[in-house]
Design a protein around this ligand. Structure first.
Ligand SMILES: [Zn+2]
Ligand SMILES: [Zn+2]
Length: 276
């Protein structure tokens, strides 16, 4: 159990702004959130990938609200084909739930191409419009698709988008354009991988007030635990590496990211407000 003194020295805690802690991968869900709390993680966002997992993400956020868990509801580009390239009405309803901090994850994945690209684009477009309508931020997934992501976002939002491109893997030019549109860029385990020098070089140059950090659990486990299942408590390793890359104290970076996440997702910005 964390004490008051712990909270004061660790304030405001760490945020894992993107994870998928769902029953299929976490039969030990309670212990997973206990370990996250022990590692100082006081905010987590569990993202849905389709109607079923979005509903489950909200259940998890409700059940574990005292750990600072929030949800996002949306259709992952891999699943766009199963939604016929649409944003289902069921997700539109779920997204209004008070513990849903964002719409997503949505986006375009031209690396795996699990859904036809035209369906990915129409599905993404509906998410962008819907998020604007209900005033919640977007959680955007992109892989080998940044040109189309940028074009759709710019056209639909008039260049004033609200949300985060999670697990950013684009170029310097992509980063500059997305930042120019007002988006945040989020980074996870790949910052710690041996072959990520280019990503680290880019990360070092980004404005502190526009970065977020995440695990994308259960995937992308940080070095040296690669190969193991990832979990929110390991986000500490991402923060440590991120602080080292930028040459700033961990506490400073953690406070900045916590503030960025609170601003974007509208959840409480102090550790005392866990569950807020
Ligand atoms: Zn993703
Ligand atoms: Zn994800």
């Amino acid at each position: 159990m964390r004490t008051k003194a712990d909270e004061e020295t660790e304030t405001p805690g760490l945020a894992d702004t993107h994870c998928h802690v769902l029953a299929a991968d976490y039969p030990d869900m309670s212990e997973t959130f206990e370990r996250a709390a022990a590692a100082g993680v006081t905010r987590m966002l569990v993202a849905g990938s389709d109607l079923r997992t979005s509903r489950e993400a909200i259940d998890v956020a409700d059940r574990y609200s005292s750990f600072g868990v929030h949800a996002a509801a949306g259709v992952h580009p891999h699943e766009a084909v199963h939604a016929s390239g649409r944003l289902p009405d069921g997700i539109r309803e779920l997204a209004l739930h008070p513990r849903v901090a964002a719409v997503g994850e949505t986006g375009l994945d031209y690396y795996y191409d699990h859904s036809p690209r035209d369906m990915q684009r129409s599905c993404f477009l509906e998410h962008v419009r819907f998020a604007g309508e209900i005033g919640k931020p977007l959680i955007i997934h992109g892989r080998d698709s940044y040109d189309d992501l940028r074009a759709i976002l710019r056209k639909e939002t008039g260049g004033a988008a609200r949300g985060v491109v999670h697990c950013f893997s684009g170029t310097e030019e992509d980063a500059a354009d997305l930042l120019d549109m007002g988006l945040y860029l989020s980074f996870g385990g790949p910052l710690t991988f041996r072959r990520s020098d280019a990503l680290r070089d880019l990360f070092r140059t980004l404005p502190e007030e526009r970065i977020l950090l995440e695990t994308d659990s259960p995937w992308l486990t940080p070095h040296p635990l690669r190969g193991k299942r990832n979990e929110p408590s390991y986000v500490r390793m991402v923060y440590e590496r991120a602080a080292e890359i930028r040459g700033v104290p961990l506490e400073r970076l953690a406070a900045a990211v916590f503030k960025n996440a609170a601003l974007l997702f509208g959840w409480g910005d102090s550790a005392a407000e866990v569950g807020a």
